[in-house]
Ligand binder design. Structure first.
Ligand code: ZN
Length: 244
């Protein structure tokens, strides 16, 4: 499942290894513990470049509306059905109501867009976003700008993606599914569930091949104890990358 860039995402900056690039497995004793959910971002240190880790999540207790744009090809499996299954899995994992995914009934309120790579697009990449190259089975992309939190402290913030006609939206993350042959409903459900993990803020990959958020090919479509624990740990962690 996996998308291609590790961060499968956050575009610009998110450079990360591919969602289909396996990492080394952990020992069994570590298997059920939360794994690292932070995003590795390049930063400038003086005149040189370095990297730092950033934590992103939506507000604690937030509902994240996801806008779905289906393919015009009627033989293509349904993104909405895959999202429904993915949302149910992640919503169950957020046992204390940390966050909820739901399909957006109102496109104007969506925070995440779910589309096929060859399908219609409701938004375009923000002008000053360093364009991400996305490839592979799926990706989750965002663009980052410098901002201030409620207390005036500097933070990094996801940008809103404009509509093609230039009007603003509330969309901060775009999940794109490749239209490769062989993407049936089962594979699509796995891809969308994995990418929704990124969209919720798990911006790296599990080192355990059993986990849905592993970086290699996913063996199943069930969230493991570690996937669920990671989501809960994320939403109780201090964030330094915030939604628009
Ligand atoms: Zn991934």
């Amino acid at each position: 499942m996996r998308a291609v860039e590790r961060l499968c995402g956050l575009a610009a900056i998110l450079l990360a290894p591919g969602c289909e690039t396996p990492t080394l497995p952990l020992s069994p004793s570590e298997a059920d513990l939360p794994y690292d959910f932070r995003l590795l971002l390049p930063v400038a240190v003086g005149d040189s470049a370095a990297a730092d880790m950033f934590t992103f999540h939506w507000g604690l207790g937030a509902t994240v509306p996801v806008l779905v744009m289906e393919a015009s090809d009627p033989t293509r499996p349904s993104l909405a059905e895959a999202l429904s299954d993915a949302s149910a899995a992640w919503n169950r994992a957020a046992a204390l109501g940390e966050v909820r995914l739901r399909e957006a009934a109102d496109p104007g309120r969506a925070g995440v867009l779910l589309v096929w790579a060859d399908g219609p697009r409701a938004v375009r990449v923000p002008d000053d976003c360093v364009g991400p190259a996305t490839s592979g089975a799926a990706s989750t992309q965002g663009c980052i700008e410098e901002g201030r939190d409620e207390g005036g402290a500097p933070v990094k913030r996801l940008k809103r993606w404009p509509r093609a006609d230039g009007d603003s939206t509330r969309i901060a993350l775009v999940v794109t599914i490749s239209s490769r042959p062989g993407t049936d409903a089962v594979r699509l459900r796995r891809l969308v569930t994995h990418e929704m993990g990124h969209a919720l803020g798990i911006l790296s990959h599990s080192p355990n091949p059993r986990d849905l958020m592993w970086s290699g090919l996913i063996p199943g479509d069930t969230l493991t104890r570690a996937d669920r624990a990671t989501l809960r740990a994320l939403y109780h962690a201090r964030r330094d990358l915030v939604p628009p």
